[in-house]
Design a protein around this ligand. Structure first.
Ligand SMILES: Nc1ncnc2c1ncn2[C@@H]1O[C@H](COP(=O)(O)OP(=O)(O)O)[C@@H](O)[C@H]1O
Ligand SMILES: [Mg+2]
Length: 400
């Protein structure tokens, strides 16, 4: 099923385009509006949730493509088709430059559009394509760094690995993930989406997420523990089924609570990253949490223990920690107060603001561990270094 948004300047041609869509034999859902390429901005929200934008504009010329360029830049997975009377060479060149792959002269034949739709459908649902990989981040106690790590993993995957990423803030207290990513409050939250769950579809979902980067959306937390307590596991189940199809990576900031809602998230996760610190309180809770994971039937391979703010000279060293937890430590992240607080005060994730810091690099390596299929696809200097297997350690070794 592909989602199509059609904007057409002509009351006469619009139904003829729809007839050709129907003849194509490809399953689609259509929303349409009357207008020209210059009026695309008015429909930005609906276009964001589509797979294909068809712009039929008989007067279209190269200068009218600003709006098209804007929507394609904000929605990299969107395909765009232009339909116009007689496309000039200048228009064809400009269309290619802004990322449009299909420009049809009106009247086009039904086979041309059928072929284009079939290609878009295959790209959307390639045979054997894995659904988006879901990873939850949990900890037994506040202040472990779960949110900082979740936010920076999300940015790392979206910007350095160029994946479509969703971060769901399921923490039950005051839901702060969006604060670390944007300088504006989230317009809607997970609680708003759950309250309208009976009409959940791509459009409603798009209207409830906050886009913080071209590839990265955030579904903000309920923001208040009372509202969070009303969320139902069945509602989250439906949301997860939808988002798995729409994103390459889904991160859930589970926070510290274990309850039916967060347990549903953990059940549905491909992997759980449990964050601990080297203090008796974190270890006590961490041990209990791992016991509960075992009781829930999760195999040890589903859980990765990460030590945050790792201090090689702390009295609780790695062997003690592993012995107490009864689990191997998969990764350590160093303490970096300066970069953590600078990133927080600037509202910029530190994988961006301090991308060459050891903490940022450690988070990118953690992303490779949690989403191994994306490892090696990282952009930029660090990605190239990693891709050519230089001396960067896969994790900070004990004692470093
Ligand atoms: N590796 C780190 N180095 C320095 N400060 C950190 C690090 N990880 C987290 N912090 C800081 O610790 C505090 C708690 O982090 P947060 O992500 O909110 O924890 P949680 O979500 O587990 O409650 C924040 O001020 C954050 O900036
Ligand atoms: Mg948190």
């Amino acid at each position: 099923m592909i989602d199509i948004f059609l904007i057409s300047s002509s009351a006469e041609r619009a139904p003829q385009i729809v007839a050709r869509l129907q003849q194509s034999g490809v399953a689609y859902r259509l929303r349409s509006a009357r207008g020209t390429a210059r009026q695309l901005r008015t429909h930005a929200r609906a276009i964001r949730s589509a797979d294909l934008l068809i712009v039929e504009d008989s007067e279209l010329n190269a200068r009218d493509l600003d709006g098209v360029e804007e929507v394609l830049a904000c929605t990299p997975a969107l395909h765009c088709m232009l339909v116009t009377a007689e496309p000039s060479t200048a228009l064809l060149g400009a269309a290619l430059r802004v990322g449009v792959r299909h420009v049809f002269a009106w009247p086009f034949d039904a086979d041309e559009i059928a072929l284009a739709l079939a290609q878009i459908e295959v790209r959307k649902n390639p045979p054997g394509r894995r659904a988006g990989r879901v990873v939850s981040l949990a900890s037994s106690k506040g202040g472990s760094g779960t949110t900082l790590i979740a936010v920076n993993l999300a940015y790392s995957l979206a910007t350095l690995n160029n994946r479509r990423v969703l971060l769901i803030d399921l923490s039950q207290q005051f839901a702060d993930a969006s604060l670390l990513m944007a300088d504006r409050p989230p317009p809607t939250t997970l609680a708003d989406l759950c309250s309208q769950i009976d009409r959940l579809d791509a459009e409603l979902f798009e209207s409830c997420v906050m886009r913080v980067h071209a590839n990265l959306d955030v579904l903000a937390g309920a923001g208040d523990p009372l509202k969070a307590a009303e969320l139902q596991p069945a509602q989250l189940e439906r949301i997860l089924a939808l988002v798995r199809e729409r994103y390459d990576a889904v991160l859930i900031d589970v926070g510290q609570s274990l309850n039916p809602l967060t347990i549903l998230a953990l059940d549905r996760s491909d992997m759980i990253c449990m964050v601990v610190r080297q203090s008796p309180l974190y270890l006590h809770g961490g041990r209990r949490m791992l016991d509960i994971f075992r009781e829930l039937g999760y195999p040890a391979s589903k859980v990765r223990v990460v030590v945050n703010q790792y201090d090689k000279s702390a009295p609780i060293n790695l062997p003690t920690l592993e012995q107490t937890l009864g689990a191997r430590v998969a990764h350590q992240l160093p303490r970096d107060d300066q970069q953590a607080s600078e990133a927080l005060s600037r509202g910029v994730p530190l994988v961006t603001s301090a991308h060459d810091s050891i903490l940022a690099q450690g988070i990118s390596l953690l992303a490779d561990m949690l989403w191994p299929a994306f490892a090696g696809s990282r952009k930029g200097v660090f990605g190239r270094l990693f891709a050519t297997q230089t001396t960067l350690p896969p994790r900070l070794k004990p004692g470093h």
